[in-house]
Write a protein that binds this ligand. Structure first.
Ligand SMILES: Nc1ncnc2c1ncn2[C@@H]1O[C@H](COP(=O)(O)OP(=O)(O)O)[C@@H](O)[C@H]1O
Ligand SMILES: [Mg+2]
Length: 217
């Protein structure tokens, strides 16, 4: 599903990623752990095509991504990849269902089809009664579930999450982790998750540790 080879990235003089290799199989849930500043978010942004490496190769579904221009890369991302961030980045002016629909609209899905899918996802996530609430009318856990629905609306094969339960209480965190496991079971989606949460790391198929810009054994 995903293969990264010898990924290097610097910001100015500072080398952040120093030759990262990582392979993830379809349907696998991999967690990335490591101290703050180790380069986890930088790596996730590159694996998720939000940022480009200085050198190295990234293949998703056997497509080498440095060969795509920015337009083709963003189309690819919109169709294949979902993101869940620690801070959910919901748009405050829009309702829950509108926030979830946005990636589908970008993909060219009709309003009625997008709303139908968004409603299904929000119901699956236990938010059937919150469709027309705006973010400030939702609890933190509810906002995070809206962000999860938004990440899933285009049926991405690959989902990246950066400390997705970092701002949730333990009950909401557990529910979110169980949801990831259920999605993998139901849809065979592939997850790469940066986390400090030991329970989530233990639930995953495999945990890799980053230290000083490298994956260490
Ligand atoms: N856009 C940026 N410009 C300059 N330095 C950055 C940038 N993004 C991250 N860094 C630096 O890269 C290092 C790794 O950051 P990050 O990938 O966020 O680590 P982690 O997610 O493991 O905490 C940190 O020292 C951070 O300050
Ligand atoms: Mg980080």
């Amino acid at each position: 599903m995903l293969k990264a080879k010898s990924i290097f990235k610097s910001y100015g003089q500072l080398q952040i990623l120093k030759g990262v290799d990582l392979e993830v199989k379809r349907g696998e849930i991999v967690t990335i752990i490591g101290a703050s500043g180790a380069g986890k978010s930088s790596l996730l942004n590159i694996l998720g095509t939000l940022d480009r490496p200085d050198s190295g190769q990234l293949y998703i579904d056997d497509i080498e991504l440095s060969g795509l221009n920015n337009k083709n890369l963003s189309d690819f991302r919109n169709r294949k990849i979902g993101f869940i961030f620690q801070f959910h980045h919901l748009l405050a002016e829009f309702t829950a269902i509108e926030n979830v629909c946005i990636p589908a609209f970008i993909a060219g899905v009709s309003k009625s089809d997008a709303e139908k899918k968004a409603k299904e996802l929000l119901e699956l996530l236990g938010l059937a009664d919150r469709l027309t609430h705006k973010p400030n009318q939702l609890s933190g856990g509810e906002q995070q579930r809206v962000a999860v629905a938004r990440a899933l609306i285009n049926n991405p094969a690959l989902i990246f999450a950066d400390e997705p339960s970092g701002n949730l209480d333990s009950v909401n965190a557990l529910e979110l982790h169980e949801l990831f496991i259920k999605l993998r079971k139901d849809f065979n989606q592939t997850f790469v998750i940066v986390t400090h949460n030991e329970d989530l790391a233990n639930l995953s198929d495999r945990t890799v540790t980053m230290k000083d810009g490298l994956i260490v054994p």
